[in-house]
Design a protein around this ligand. Sequence first.
Ligand code: ATP
Length: 216
Amino acid sequence: MKPMGVFGGTFDPIHYGHLRTAFEMLQALRFKDVRFVPCGDPPHRGTTFASADQRLRMVKAAILNQDGFSVDDREIRRDGPSYSIDTLLSLREEFPDRPLGLIVGMDAFLGLPGWHRWDEFLGIAHIIVAHRPGWKAPDMGQLGELLAEFGTHRVDDLHATLHGRIHIHAVTQLEISSTEIRDLVAAGRDPRFLMPDAVRDEIEASGCYAQGALRN
Ligand code: ATP
């Protein structure tokens, strides 16, 4: 069975950096689909700016009509902090026979040792790392060792087993970040062409990134 990509994030807001990354993974890694999993209560990040519902709406708007893309709201529905381990475990239960590929940017990968029960991830899923502008793959330390042991350049390896490999994949470098978009909108400027128009429309309608719109 073809692998499922699992792309978690705060998506506050979702932008073309996320979408292009997911799309290239879908195609190049021959995934059946990619699920966007917006987190409810991000344990690493403190507060979000847009509410969980608004972020979910923006992801839905962004992926509408794109074959192979879907949104999964299990982290938003779950109470308490959104831990990736819980998401992976519940997906594994739901899809016992499908390879799972947890997609993370290089910045997120470098922070992985801080994630709750991260050392169990490879027992459930593959880890797919998207190269982001300005970040270098670790060649020493815990992650360097993990890469030496479980890293693979072969896409077939991600299809051959259900979990357990790490694959670093270069994606088109789009230096877009949600932080910059929020700052831009708060400064009264237009985020057009950094994200689908449907997401921009949501931002405009909700006013979620207007100055002082910080949630707690
Ligand atoms: P923020 O600026 O608020 O930190 P962000 O733009 O990094 O947000 P997140 O929702 O935190 O977006 O990111 C979700 C995932 O997408 C992370 O794994 C992150 O590394 C990855 N990602 C974010 N922006 C890009 C990009 N431009 N290219 C590739 N991957 C990205």
